[in-house]
Design a protein around this ligand. Structure first.
Ligand code: HAM
Length: 419
């Protein structure tokens, strides 16, 4: 037998309704803020991610699914959604349309990570991106969309961590302060951190090695280095969120793992889920579109991990929908009645009901057992007498009552009952 690749998961029909529910809540919430859906390719030219996501990040240096296609081009399975949306925005000249541009996506993404609970190699994201507005209101609205999405799902124990990592101007001074701070400890820090020290010392702050964390805990904070504009922007974002009744904690250690961020960064973290507790992360990234060869366009966005959301919804015991059950099962007692049941079932489906009938020439008892398993609301039984009378014996599976219903009235009878 061939097994599923490590770090990937099947979503079976018995679980798919939970995915559909989360996707529905995502769509309705995003559309309420004027975001329209965007779909971009699963793979892109590798350069999009190395330039966009940043070649000092773990995602780009260690985790990408990169391969040469048959035309010898280097392509990569998207490790996230933002870079693809930015490319599509530029390539389709969307800056010439209505601004701000607002788009959301529901995608699969790929990272070669060490799999564990809540960390997969193929995972799924709901994300949203807003282009063209550099105002604090744009950051606040994006965070409100994220917050509303999580609340609409019924999540309660998730807290918002907020930080500002400044603009390239104020960050340059901060990077120098970080280098001064880390320099005396470099020989005790991991190899990766030594590389990050030269390329981008801020990446050292989210090193996962316990030995390095000891030093990063006391590192200088970006918040103390913000320039006047970045500080005013951050203060306004905080004020807007406060006025909208969203509680948050300013967390100087939230720096995000991707290179494109500027100013506001945020994460929604579950109090229940432990190490992989970040269910949603995002921030402002005003430099990315220019970095990809376009004119500078300010941008802000986020993405949530669907698998992590499901984990957290389950661990919080949040109310989740039941799988959809059939409206009706049509049981036939013999060959002739089964043939009638087959055709009647199709009539009911054409009338908009969900309906099943026997496809395995099973006994009436076995058919009832199946109807029970699929949670059919009604079972309509047809035998010789029913065929002669042109009516089925309809059993209400909820309260065990039974009634004779003419074939022609079945659809109306079933549709008119309580679910
Ligand atoms: P990210 O923090 O890398 O940001 O990922 C966002 C979310 O995706 C995480 O909070 C987590 O829930 C989920 N996630 C990430 N990696 C995995 C994994 N290996 N297994 C399961 N879930 C995972 C981004 O991807 C940015 N593009 C977000 C963004 C959009 N920023 C601005 N716009």
């Amino acid at each position: 037998m061939i097994n599923i690749p490590k770090g990937t998961k099947d979503v079976l029909p018995s679980q798919a309704h939970i995915w559909q529910y989360i996707e529905d809540v995502a769509r309705v919430t995003a559309e309420g803020y004027g975001f329209g859906e965007i779909r971009t390719p699963v793979f892109e030219h590798t350069e999009l991610f190395s330039r966009g996501v940043g070649d000092t990040t773990d995602v780009v240096t260690k985790e990408m699914y990169t391969f040469l296609d048959k035309g010898n081009r280097s392509v990569t399975l998207r490790p996230e959604g933002t870079a693809g949306v930015a490319r599509a925005f530029l390539e389709n000249g969307l800056a010439g349309g209505a601004m701000p541009f607002k788009a959301y996506y529901l995608i699969s993404a790929y990272r070669y990570e060490r799999p564990q609970a809540g960390r997969l190699r193929e995972f799924h994201q709901f994300g949203a991106e807003l282009y063209g507005a550099d105002s604090p209101e744009a950051d606040a609205e994006t965070i409100l969309l994220a917050d509303n999405f999580l609340k609409n799902l019924g999540l309660k124990h998730v807290s918002l961590r907020l930080n500002s990592i400044g603009c390239p101007a104020c960050r340059a001074k901060y990077q120098e302060a970080l280098r001064d701070f880390f320099r005396p400890h470099l020989d005790k820090m991991c190899h990766d951190c030594n590389v990050r020290f030269g390329k981008n010392p801020m990446r050292m702050l989210d090193c996962k090695e316990e030995g390095c964390r000891e030093f990063t805990r006391n590192a200088p904070r970006m918040l103390d280095y913000l320039c006047d504009d970045c500080r005013a922007h951050f203060e306004a974002v905080k004020r807007l969120l406060g006025q909208a009744g969203v509680s948050f904690e300013v967390d100087p250690s939230t720096v995000r793992g991707l290179d494109y961020y500027t100013r506001t960064v945020f994460e929604f973290v579950s109090e229940a889920a432990g190490a992989q507790g970040t269910v949603l992360g995002g921030g402002r990234y005003d430099g990315l579109l220019a970095q990809l060869g376009g004119k500078p366009v300010p941008a802000v966005g986020f993405a949530a991990g669907i698998e992590r959301l499901i984990m957290v919804l389950e661990s919080e015991g949040a109310p989740l929908p039941e799988p959809a059950a059939a409206d009706c099962y049509l049981a036939g007692m013999d060959e002739n009645s089964r043939a009638k049941a087959f055709l009647l079932a199709e009539e009911l489906r054409r009338a908009g009901l969900s309906c099943e009938t026997d496809l395995m020439a099973r006994s009436l008892k076995a058919q009832f057992k199946y109807a029970d398993k699929i949670g059919a609301r009604f079972v309509a039984v047809i035998g010789e007498t029913e065929l002669q009378e042109g009516a089925a014996q309809v059993k209400d599976m909820k309260n065990s009552t039974s009634e004779r219903v003419k074939f022609g009235d079945l659809a109306q009878y079933i549709a008119g009952r309580e679910p």
